[in-house]
Write a protein that binds this ligand. Sequence first.
Ligand code: ADP
Ligand code: MG
Length: 857
Amino acid sequence: MTLPGLDVSTPLMQQYREIKARHRDAILLFRMGDFYEMFEDDAEVGARTLGLTLTSRNNGAAAEIPLAGVPVKAAAGYIKRLVERGFRVAICEQVEDPKLAKGIVRREVIEVVTPGAVMADDLLEERQNTFLVSVALDGGGTRAGFAAADLSTGELALESVEAGGGALEAALQRYNPSEVIVAEGAAALAPPGVLVTRREGWEFDVALASEELARRYGLASLDGLGLGAGDALAVGAAGALLRYLGELQPGGLPQLRRPVVRRAEGRLFLDAMTRRNLELVEPLRAGAQDATLLGVLDRTMTPMGARLLRGWLLAPLTDPTAIAARLDAVGSLVADEPRRTAIREALDGVRDLERLGAKAAARRATPRDLGALRDSMGCLPRLEALLGDLYGLAAGFDALADLAAALAAALVDRPPAVLGDGDVVRPGHTPALDELRSLRDGGRAYIASLQARERARTGIGSLKVGYNKVFGYYIEITRANKESVPPDYERRQTLTGAERYVTPELKAYEAKVLGAEEEISRLEERVFGEIRDAVGAAIQRIQDTAGRVAAADVLASLADAAAAGGYVRPEVVDAFGLEIVAGRHPVVERVMPREAFIPNDIRLDAAQQIMIVTGPNMAGKSTVLRQVAQLVILAQAGSFVPAREARIGVVDRLFTRVGASDDLARGQSTFLVEMSETASILHNATRKSLVLLDEIGRGTSTYDGVAIAWAVAEYLHDHLGCKAVFATHYHELTQLAERYPRVANFNVAVHESGDDVIFLHRLRPGGADRSYGIHVGRLAGLPTEVLERARVVLRSLEAGHRVAATPAAADQLALFAPAEHPVLAELRGLDLDGLTPREALDRLAELQRRIALGGEG
Ligand code: ADP
Ligand code: MG
């Protein structure tokens, strides 16, 4: 690579330094010809991160300047890697033609790419949003306003959140943000690993932000957006967000749509742990994408459908009417297989309307992108015709016919990936362009005729007319025929075996044709720009249609999953009870042979508010517990459920917790974490909530664990009155049912024959009488001696620690105290007055002997 001198005092380095001064927190990619160069610290970081060779220029006496570069052609991959590691990358381009530049070429940063602000396809997940979320907190830290933007789709959402105890974090995590903006000094709520960008406090100013929003969207007041008095923080957050994005995208943000105000009301609240434990969209073990609820359910045909389905699963509804509307729509498509298939076929041709539209608005769409838009729009009339009464999508459906027609008229069938790489504009669209093209193409015929004429005139059969970039058109004649060259030929270039000439006629022709080529590319660029901008100006319409297409896609996908999986329509009502008949775990049943999964019934209601599920390891406790949660989420999201029947009283919050040692993925899991999570449930659950606790208390010693689980269950029963399922291998907890009327015992059945245990995976009433760890140890192949010894130890532990049978004991801990020795009872019962001294001595001796023997009573 050749570089001009990098002396710090050169104009180039001065230009670099000026630009870099404005982008100190970014890695600056400085365009120089076919390379992006990084200098100084950026070069060092870049070389290390990207595995590039670090070079340096020694400028004599002056400093050595480290430098590293990447080819422009391969830059996307490098930018992606930098951004994935949390860097900001400022892309500085040459903004004038180097040939026309006087002195040093003008350069400008045209874009700063950050983890939360990406537009390029290579940096985006097709089926997920990339959100940048700005967070404004009030002084107390219990209220927050969010503004979330996805640059690639043009989505902008505002949300106000109010609640303590981790609710703010939970609400933020629902966006799965790639980057979070907060004011200097404010608490960063961002999940670990997410880039936090700090901005000055005044940028969150509400008055400034209101002005900016009103100006940007041409509004007299913000009332039209549906913002209320409680949304001031969210407005402030939006102000900071827009200012930051404006800096990152100096070209403007035309793709950003009017903000949509999101309300937490009407949504089933799922905290981050619950989403994770239930593997709703993300598997606990990396790479097991199919092992998520989304993985099982997602049969969407379009990327925006996939993104919407994810959103529906992460924020199910709580209004039975709204849920019923979705279920009706899904139901109609389950029942009508031909229509469902037809809709999915129509969707098959629809590409990412939402992102393509945003790209057009941001003037980033390529000819191929516009072609994809045209083809997608072409599928809309068919889709529209199939919508019928589906979810109210047809009313006001805009098939974008005018845009489709304009694109169809303007673009060739297969537009090139980039402008300038072949014809973009369809013949017949722009008369001036057609004329120029016929001049250019007519030229080919003309060259052929010229060649024939000159061959005849000179008698040289091998004479040919050619073209190259440096010399333009020429006539080539082999050296052997040099003698026959006519006098009007003018020599241009000598090759080893041939000479190249021009003639006045050829020169005149060349001027005309080259002029045409240039004119053609200029005109194509203009026509393409016009059509792209026309499409971009219709962004709001395109996005509205994209939203309807996405909804149709999600509904058809849910219907398809329901039909394939044999799901039923749940009845979702405003009631307390929850009843599932022959329910299945949607994910677990997938990894088994058909019919191998054992369905189970669940009933929770005012009479049976808490279920304690006991049973040995591997019996299926966790499976049945998660199944309840997943079915509730599916039903409230508007999906059919894997069950024979399901009646679900809407739940306002759903919590699941997994005892610390069961939570493999977290690695350094601690009992403290488990307890603080449990605390947050107890603070946030209401009577309408559903709490699912799996092996809670497991992270500590048995008695601690049992005691805590016991106290939590009591609290849920007496204070919160919510529905709950406990899965536990502590069979001690079965005693809860004896003391509390609304607690019921269940166990997951196993069949024992001799020392063998067969897992039936069937839930049945009643508590397990003991744990079966030793049986599992046997299944796992522990040596016989170890198993035998374990059995002996277990027996003596059980004898010494048997739980008292008397529920009357006021002190709960007494429940777990060792049972008293039978000898004591006998002593107490002795009628001393009825004994002779001799008899008394005999009895004493006997009792002493029995105590000496141990607990054999
Ligand atoms: P536990 O929590 O009681 O230790 P799990 O719920 O983790 O047990 O279940 C262990 C395994 O048993 C599961 O991975 C699954 O393969 C199988 N299993 C659980 N429930 C069922 C069921 N209802 N039908 C068939 N197999 C099941
Ligand atoms: Mg378990």
